[in-house]
Design a protein around this ligand. Structure first.
Ligand SMILES: Cc1cc2nc3c(=O)[nH]c(=O)nc-3n(C[C@H](O)[C@H](O)[C@H](O)COP(=O)(O)OP(=O)(O)OC[C@H]3O[C@@H](n4cnc5c(N)ncnc54)[C@H](O)[C@@H]3O)c2cc1C
Length: 391
């Protein structure tokens, strides 16, 4: 793995290599055992992630975090995804994501140390049955009644709704002022809940997804869920801005996960090709296999270097929505191609649950869909080139 980039300081190489060792020792064996049976990330592994400080990479030191940048966060996420994508994702349920910019200084002192210790992890309740790419169309409602917020409506795709300590829920608290400003009137809420259960007055069922195992993804129905007035965070009706502010980092994190999956597939396919003998020689001697591996490695490195560039811009406080969309798009499309080629190199063995490559392939497929689909990334990039289309 390249460490030659000027951005890869000795400290960053150490962070990356430590995460890689942790992944090989602690994550991969658990993933290989539990993913085939669709098991959840065990509490013990969650505790180990907390001990490593991975839930607090992005949290300031004064709140008990490491105070590191998006760069370091993505280095760790790439390595964890090389083991199990859900583990690379669960660290985003700490790190203060979505809430850090919305809570008051007092709430920060209360909440962020617990987040950094992995004791207060979130599930994101944004998407709804009729609200996916178009998040401004959120229709789940919250009404202030008798000093409490009463939440009514449906959410869909809420990953970790059971295992989390709270939901970050986006709901409509006011109608949009006009059809061109549908993003206004949406507010954010912290919905506390017991770990291992759904909130009260909430019905839910896991969605039968085809991958991203390690945790469940839920459809939820709220029928008069009551939360205290203090559960509403940030400026009322303006939560959409907080959402868009965090998108660059979320896209970088998804690119890192994609790269980790592709790297895992490349390494596994390389090892397999060197030991699998056909026609009297290892299949790694066939030029077609060698060239496949060479192309896979090249694509991964191109994505990784673009990711480093984007992370560096984010950490410098520069706006880079176009570049973040580019790396999310490029890395996730790359991950699908590379993991598919890896599966091909394994032949029939690749199409079994006996090798991790099928997991990398299934999980890579998702990276093109969540955190903004590939088509939405292309919209952002093309709008920046051409301006928004008139229609
Ligand atoms: C396994 C999984 C876990 C998830 N976890 C969470 C979670 O924890 N919390 C959460 O809130 N959400 C979560 N999501 C939801 C995810 O963010 C959405 O699936 C994603 O945003 C796409 O929305 P959609 O599925 O409704 O697709 P749609 O928005 O209906 O899109 C369908 C198709 O139309 C295309 N399309 C839509 N609009 C446009 C456009 N303007 N231009 C061009 N093409 C367009 C899309 O690219 C796509 O190909 C999860 C999803 C999955 C699959």
């Amino acid at each position: 793995m390249s460490g030659a980039s000027g951005l890869m300081t000795p400290e960053r190489c150490l962070i990356r290599d430590t995460a890689r060792d942790f992944t090989f020792n602690e994550v991969l064996p658990v993933a290989n055992r539990l993913d085939p049976e669709q098991g959840d990330i065990p509490d013990a592994l969650r505790a180990q992630l907390a001990d490593m400080g991975y839930f607090g990479i992005r949290i300031a030191e004064e709140y008990g975090g490491s105070g590191l940048g998006c760069f370091e966060y993505c280095l760790v996420a790439e390595q964890l995804a090389r083991g199990w994508m859900s583990v690379a994702s669960i660290i985003a349920r700490g790190n203060g994501m979505l809430i850090a910019d919305l809570v008051t200084p007092e709430q920060k002192r209360d909440i962020l140390p617990r987040v950094a210790r992995g004791e207060y992890l979130c599930a994101a309740a944004l998407s709804e049955p009729d609200t996916g790419s178009d998040l401004a169309s959120i229709s789940c409602r919250a009404e202030l009644r008798g000093g409490e917020w009463v939440i009514t409506g449906n959410k869909y795709w809420c990953t970790f709704a059971d295992g989390a300590d709270y939901l970050v829920l986006f709901a409509r608290t006011a109608p949009p002022p006009d059809p061109t400003r549908r993003h206004l009137g949406i507010s954010a809420f912290i919905v506390d809940k017991p770990r291992g259960a759904l909130p009260p007055n909430t019905q839910g069922a896991p969605i039968p997804k085809i991958g991203y195992f390690g945790w469940k993804t839920w459809e939820l129905a709220f029928d008069g869920l009551r939360v205290p007035a203090s559960a509403q965070i940030g400026e009322p009706g303006k939560a959409f801005y907080a959402l868009t502010k965090g998108l660059d980092e979320a896209r970088a994190h998804t690119a890192a996960r994609s790269i980790g999956l592709a790297q895992g597939a490349l390494e596994d396919a390389t090892a397999y090709a060197q030991q699998r003998v056909q026609f009297g020689q290892p299949i790694s001697e066939f030029q077609v296999t060698r060239f496949k591996l060479a192309k896979m490695a090249t694509e991964i490195e191109a994505a990784r270097q673009l990711l480093y560039f984007v992370c560096d811009r984010i950490d410098a406080g520069e706006r880079c929505d176009r570049e973040a969309a580019m790396v999310k798009y490029f890395a996730s499309e790359m991950a699908e191609r590379v993991t598919s080629e890896a599966l091909q190199i394994l032949g029939g063995a690749g199409y079994t649950k006996l090798h991790a490559v099928e997991r990398y392939w299934r999980d890579a497929r998702l990276t093109k869909i969540f955190e903004g689909t590939s088509e939405i990334q292309l919209r952002i990039i093309s709008d920046s080139l051409l301006g928004k289309p008139k229609a």
